[in-house]
Write a protein that binds this ligand. Structure first.
Ligand code: AMP
Length: 286
């Protein structure tokens, strides 16, 4: 595995590989790698001839009162994880390498970023799409791997790739969970033991919602009210949102029809957790 810190270095290594026709897979991350990230790397490793991962805590996707400064950065452990997952190149740039002095260009996907987390984290998805666009231009992958855990991020990036006619495939990989169902996240480390126990209510509630849909419940208002009750019963928290949206467009639904995403963001203590489940509500007139 090679660790590279500059755009020029990474490009220098990837150009001949691309010319040789090998499939390049790319796994962008912010580090503090856990099984969720590693599952993406494993899938990429299986499907691609060469795998590039990046570890970059992207400042532009954090709001002014968010955790950019305290976001965990265990670089040595991250490099060891990449090595274990047989990553070929790990790209670890400084901020100035990605945002050169005087950079003013942003990539914005509209509409989809107004839903769900976009309403609560203004500018967040512009930061994500801008950095992912830059990374795609540097790596020029054939396939890029993202987690279903961040469903809105995956939908926004898929939209960006369609809109900008990018010749690459976005692969969305299943959410990896702790044994008690909590979605793995670098931010879980912020939870106290009591908050950590409480956090299991999120997946339990999503599973309840999925079972409700599977057994015929279609009314979104009653579904989300039931979810809210369950989450509030588990302990003190602030619910940013609980919503049912179209899985592709992220448009809000009032009745569960077709492929829908049931998504939530809940703050437990000072930690904001997100999770989601995909459901299929079938035809509107069923
Ligand atoms: P992050 O480092 O949080 O930016 O995440 C990097 C990539 O890993 C994103 O595509 C995430 O969606 C994905 N990811 C994070 N947590 C999980 C998880 N628990 N299961 C699957 N993918 C995940």
């Amino acid at each position: 595995m090679l660790k590279l810190e500059t755009v020029a270095d990474l490009r220098g290594h990837l150009t001949p590989i691309r010319r040789s026709g090998r499939v390049i897979g790319f796994v962008p991350t912010m580090g503090a790698l856990h099984e969720g990230h590693r599952s993406l790397m494993r899938i990429a490793r299986r499907e691609c001839g060469v795998v590039v991962a990046s570890v970059f805590v992207n400042p532009t996707q954090f709001g002014p009162n968010e955790d950019f400064e305290k976001y965990p950065r265990p670089l040595e452990a991250d490099l060891a994880a990449c090595r274990e997952e047989e990553i070929d190149f790990v790209f670890v740039p400084e901020v100035g390498e990605i945002y050169p002095e005087g950079a003013v260009t942003k990539v914005t996907v509209s509409r989809l970023v107004e839903a769900l987390c976009g309403r609560h984290r203004p500018g967040h998805f512009d930061g994500v799409t801008t950095v992912v666009a830059k990374l795609f231009n540097i790596v020029q992958p054939d396939r890029a791997y993202f987690g279903q855990k961040d469903a809105q991020q995956a939908a926004v990036i898929q939209q960006m790739v369609r809109d900008l006619l990018w010749p690459l495939e976005i692969v969305v990989c299943p959410t990896v969970r702790e044994p008690d169902g909590l979605a793995m996240s670098s931010r879980n480390a912020y939870l106290s033991p009591r908050e950590r126990r409480q956090a299991t209510c999120l997946n339990a509630t999503l599973q309840w919602a999925k079972e409700s849909v599977d057994s015929g419940r279609r009314d979104v208002a009653s579904l989300t009210a039931g979810m809210r009750e369950r989450i509030e019963a588990a302990g003190p928290c602030t619910i940013d949102y609980i919503e049912v949206v179209d899985a592709r467009t992220l448009d809000p639904k009032t009745v569960v029809t077709g492929r829908c995403l049931i998504a939530l963001a809940v703050r437990i203590g000072s930690t904001r957790l997100i999770d989601n489940v995909l459901v299929d509500g079938g035809d509107a007139d069923r």
